[in-house]
Design a protein around this ligand. Structure first.
Ligand code: ADP
Length: 839
């Protein structure tokens, strides 16, 4: 090495004994140091030394295993390489050791060992007199010829390597610049040689001998390389085969064949995709994006994760109905018939839907409010939506929004996310395959909100006719025209619909059904539908009206008809089993016959003979009990009103109307009012108002003999069904009645239900949800309903037969309420003390 030509190594060198590898002059080697002597050497010479000289050490190869590097010194090799430690790295894992990077400088011979502990130090003699080569001319004689041959062999070797690799190019340049005599050492350390061979090169102190020893090694390497290249040429498909195997399904014997097919298939696939992209009739912007992605896809290797993502994206894009639509076939008269056929009752809603459709027929633009049906579950909101789609001849798709709290559910995920996908709107369009379906946004009142953005805001964009012609789903990232989609929303209550969303919609209340309506719906729609679903015919199963009424009153308590439908389904299942078994469950006209029937039946069962069932199987009360079990809801109203201090209120819930008991009791105490039953603030205030009004009017109603009503008394008010949160002002009149009953010791009439807000002055204010409340009272067999006078107009919505069954009392003051709630009235000393006006 020319750089080391001027270096004279010190005559005393610390010795590093290695057992793996041989350091040759002109090469660099990494040596691991872990024996005690070597570690000491590193610590005291390399780590503490400050001069360049202190970093020169002697490396003696081929000593024995360090495990046995005890005090006894192994026989040392007499020739070593002086090296420059260029890097020292220490580590404690797995055991303390150093790693040295050492560049060999020149050979030396150990002349005398000076010190054995803590590390070896020896007197050395430098063998390679580096200066002599630099200007010496070895062009003649055997040495010159040898060095020339060696040089050419080295050039040949490097020529066989890939010149595009930077290291190889550098090596090629190095061959020319290095003095020829250094070549045996440099190349012997580079090519594949064993330690023993390297040791022979090291030991060859004479230059000529060194060339002679190194040349065969070099030739061997060249031959090896030649052989390798020959075998490569024999199998030109090597690289391709790797590719083919990656695609999967390649068996060694037929790899070329399969691979070719695979490639063709791949090409076909791409062409097909391209064709599809072009045929999808997308708008300009979308087509542009698709073609760009397609170009990227073609260049991408299949193994790249992005390949699948891009492909999925393109497939989604081509499947979307960019310009596919159905033609509307709207005929108002046919629509009316269809709606009437599909749904019993709900006249008001059907009328409004027809109006909506008529406007659509006259003016073929859809810009208008979005219909929103609000009502308890199972009253047919979804089903009306489906009918609208049918009357228009459009596809129908339902998007359930209950519990959706992430805006990307509506608007999709950006494609950068793993597992990203489009939102529900775009997915729905893909499912129906046309761009003008009827989308039913189910349960908009149950949209959630979370850290992931507000889905209601995203929905606004979908519903707004001004914006939705260019709705941009995050996944597609190109606008899609939603203006042809007909949106209909459903909800149980408007209270929880985000106001901005509510503003875009035209709300239609769908109230619950009366008992009679339910019976009709059951016989016209539910029973035939369930029969069909269970593969039965009316000739096999009959459910008389009486039974239906029983199912409705004893097995269901709901505003809609969903439970009713389920119960009918249960009956159908039971009968289906009997029919399938060739048995009958009941055919009796009377219970006695039925029993007789049953005994014969069980006899038949005992004897194991299957008798064909007698058709039709008629479900009577007893068969009903057999199938559905004992009645779930018994009329308990009268039972619960046997003590003073109980009154029945009428409540409205998103599930429809309900009757609600209010209970009160008194005990000795300090005039405290306790309220239980999960009440909201407004309801608590009503209770306080009621107490205050009663206290101030206690004398009028003879509730006390002069003292304060609450003196020495605590009052506890409870609203049963404690698990359900209740709120609202409409329980005011019920609380007053309940307390009046408690304090007077008189029973409230057991067939009276009431609703109304109260004021401190004893006036009764109007409340909402009258229709649902009245229907609930009717369901519960109440006879007298007390409602605020100003709610009288709301009775118009109530079917005439229900109205006829009930006795309505319209009250404007609490005095009127109390008089109607107690048998024989609630006498007071002064008539209407609270409506004295100064005007
Ligand atoms: P909602 O959407 O209001 O919760 P659905 O539309 O799902 O209720 O109705 C539940 C079931 O009740 C459906 O099978 C529907 O056909 C039936 N149904 C409800 N109301 C009527 C009606 N007025 N006439 C006929 N069937 C009805």
């Amino acid at each position: 090495m020319s750089s080391s030509s001027g270096i004279q190594i010190p005559s005393r060198l610390p010795l590093l004994c290695t057992h793996d590898g041989v350091l040759l002059p002109g090469s660099t080697m990494r040596i691991s140091v872990d024996t005690a002597r070597n570690m000491q050497l590193v610590k005291s010479r390399l780590l503490k030394g400050t001069s360049l000289k202190s970093t020169i050490i002697g490396v003696i190869p081929n000593t024995r295993d360090p495990e046995h590097d005890s005090d006894e010194l192994p026989a040392l090799h007499s020739i070593g390489t002086a090296g420059l430690a260029v890097q020292v790295v220490g580590s404690n894992w797995p055991k303390p050791h150093y790693t040295l990077l050492i560049t060999g400088l020149c050979r030396f011979r150990v002349t005398q060992l000076l010190k054995e502990t803590p590390f070896l130090v020896a007197e050395v003699e430098q063998l390679d007199k580096l200066e002599q080569y630099t200007d010496g001319d070895q062009g003649d004689g055997e040495l010159g010829e040898l060095s020339q041959r060696f040089y050419q062999a080295a050039v040949q070797l490097v020529g066989m390597l890939d010149m595009s690799v930077p290291v190889v190019a550098k090596l090629r340049r190095l061959l020319d610049s290095l003095p020829k005599e250094t070549l045996p050492d440099v190349l012997a350390s580079m090519i594949r040689t064993s330690n023993k061979e390297k040791l022979q090169v090291l030991d060859a102190v004479d230059l000529e001998e060194r060339f002679k020893k190194a040349l065969p090694l070099l030739t061997r390497q060249i031959e090896g390389l030649k052989l390798l290249q020959k075998t490569r040429k024999l199998r030109p498909g090597d690289d391709k085969r790797v590719l083919a195997i990656r695609k999967g399904g390649v068996f060694p014997g037929r790899q070329f064949l399969v691979e070719d097919e695979g490639e063709d298939e791949d090409g076909d696939d791409m062409a097909l995709l391209e064709k599809k992209v072009k045929a999808a009739a997308m708008p300009e912007a979308a087509l542009h994006v698709c073609l760009k992605e397609l170009r990227r896809l073609k260049k991408m290797p299949q193994s790249m994760p992005e390949y699948v993502l891009t492909r999925n994206y393109l497939e989604m894009m081509v499947e979307l109905p960019w310009s596919k639509s159905t033609t509307d076939c709207l005929d108002i008269r046919a629509a009316q018939i269809l709606l009437d056929n599909d749904h019993y009752a709900m006249e008001k809603l059907k009328r409004r839907v027809l109006e909506y459709l008529a406007v659509r027929q006259l003016k073929s633009s859809l810009k208008g409010p979005i219909l929103c049906f609000v009502g308890p579950p199972g009253v047919g909101k979804t089903s009306v939506g489906r009918s609208i789609a049918r009357t228009l001849g459009r596809e129908f798709h339902r998007i359930a929004l209950g519990g959706v709290c992430d805006q990307s559910d509506i608007r999709g995920h950006r494609r950068t996310y793993v597992g990203s996908m489009p939102g529900r709107v775009i997915n729905g369009l893909k499912t129906v395959g046309v761009n003008n379906p009827v989308f039913l946004l189910d349960e908009v009142d149950k949209l959630g909100k979370s850290m992931q953005g507000d889905p209601a805001a995203a929905l606004l964009e979908v519903l707004d006719p001004e914006q939705n012609h260019s709705f941009t789903d995050h996944y597609l990232n190109v606008p899609f025209d939603l203006s042809q989609v007909l949106f209909i929303a459903t909800a149980n209550t408007t209270a929880t619909i985000p106001p901005a969303l509510l503003d875009r919609m035209e709300v239609h209340q769908v109230p619950g059904y009366t008992q009679e309506e339910k019976v009709e719906i059951a016989h016209r729609h539910l029973i035939p539908h369930q029969l069909e679903q269970h593969g039965l015919t009316p000739q096999q199963l009959q459910i008389p009206q009486d039974t239906t009424q029983d199912i409705i009153s004893k097995y269901t308590r709901e505003a809609g008809v969903r439970s009713l439908e389920r119960k009918i389904g249960a009956i159908c299942r039971a009968v289906a089993v009997k029919v399938a078994e060739g048995r009958k469950i009941s055919r009796a006209e009377s219970p006695t016959e039925q029993h007789a029937e049953k005994t014969t039946e069980s006899k038949e069962e005992d004897s194991g003979i299957a008798a064909p069932p007698e058709m039709p199987i008629v479900i009577d009360h007893i068969a009903l009990k057999d199938i559905l079990g004992p009645p779930i809801f018994e009329m308990e109203v009268s039972e619960r009103l046997t003590l003073p201090g109980v009154a029945i209120g009428l409540a409205w819930t998103p599930m429809g109307g309900e009757i609600m008991f209010v209970e009160a009791s008194r005990m000795e105490g300090e005039g405290q009012l306790t309220l239980t039953g999960q009440l909201g603030d407004v309801m608590k205030e009503s209770a306080h108002l009621a107490i205050s009004w009663l206290r101030s009017n206690a004398k009028t109603y003879h509730l006390t003999n002069g003292n304060d009503l609450l003196e020495g008394t605590d009052i506890h008010l409870h609203f049963p069904a404690g698990a359900v949160t209740k709120d609202g002002p409409s329980a005011g009149v019920t609380i007053v009645t309940c307390l009046a009953s408690l304090l007077s010791g008189r029973l409230v009439r057991s067939d009276v239900g009431m609703t109304g807000e109260i004021t401190l002055r004893g006036l009764v204010l109007p409340v909402g949800g009258i229709k649902d409340k009245v229907l609930a009272a009717h369901r519960a067999n109440l006879k007298r309903i007390i409602i605020p006078k100003r709610n009288e107009k709301d009775l118009e919505e109530i079917p005439a037969h229900v109205r006829a069954d009930l006795d309505f009392v319209f009250a404007s003051t609490l005095d009127e309420v109390l008089n109607a709630a107690f048998d024989g009235g609630f006498p007071s000393a002064v008539n209407h003390p609270q409506v004295v006006s100064k005007l």
